[in-house]
Design a protein around this ligand. Structure first.
Ligand SMILES: Cc1cc2nc3c(=O)[nH]c(=O)nc-3n(C[C@H](O)[C@H](O)[C@H](O)COP(=O)(O)O)c2cc1C
Length: 201
């Protein structure tokens, strides 16, 4: 690459044009204005199988991610992520956590850890976090309540860490289910813009 930063967003909402999608667009537009190349991946447009706990990927040694025997879109998505400088991970809160489609994606990130049979717990392959990440979530509940009484941002942060990204910002939009078509609001828009700039500076 010629110095141009690349930002990839992984979007776990089921609603295009909804709260999460709009917030992601704001962040990406802001990053693009700073000269970054951006890509948005809607998980609903992809085919990602469930991790079967076969441990093929985690049984492999080395710093590179383990190879998964499942044949779907996951390897292509992870290649794009590895070629990126910054990530956006976005999911609405459903039943107190990320959406099922985002959780299915996150479970497949176990390929970034070594965990042979017999070992008590997985160990991340590399310590360095060379990328940056911004996390976005939204909830029907007020933001402070949803954010601090659940593990949703912790889970997204853990996912970012596995992909080699240090979290540099969180945008949590509360009261996000008042209308079918609801604007994210001027405050969230401003914060999204700021986080987008920070992501690539
Ligand atoms: C199946 C389902 C479960 C939900 N669970 C919660 C929840 O546990 N807490 C909450 O505050 N909002 C919950 N919501 C509301 C969503 O978080 C809210 O509609 C969403 O953040 C809006 O984002 P979107 O426009 O991208 O879909 C739920 C919505 C659905 C459809």
């Amino acid at each position: 690459m010629d110095g141009q930063k690349k930002v990839t967003a992984i979007v776990g909402t089921y609603r295009k044009g909804g709260i999460i999608d709009t917030a992601v667009d704001e962040i990406l537009a802001s990053a693009r204005e700073q000269g970054a190349l951006v890509e948005k991946i809607h998980l609903t447009d992809t085919r990602i199988e469930f991790c079967t706990n076969c441990r093929t990927c985690t049984g492999q040694t080395g710093r590179e991610r383990g190879t998964c025997p499942l044949s779907d879109d996951m390897a292509g998505i992870l290649d794009k992520i590895e070629q990126s400088d910054a990530l956006v991970l976005a999911s609405p809160m459903n039943f107190g956590t990320v959406t099922a489609i985002m959780k299915r994606f996150i479970e497949r990130l176990i390929c970034y850890a070594c965990w042979p049979w017999g070992a008590m717990a997985p160990r991340k392959r590399t310590r360095e976090n060379t990328k940056r990440a911004v996390l976005i979530s939204s909830s029907a509940a007020p933001a402070f309540l949803a954010r601090y009484t659940t593990r949703i941002t912790g889970l997204l942060k853990q996912a970012a860490d596995l992909m080699g990204a240090r979290t540099t910002g969180v945008l949590f939009i509360g009261l996000a289910a008042r209308k079918q078509h609801q604007d994210i609001g001027a405050r969230a828009r401003r914060k999204a813009r700021r986080l987008g700039r920070k992501l690539v500076q």
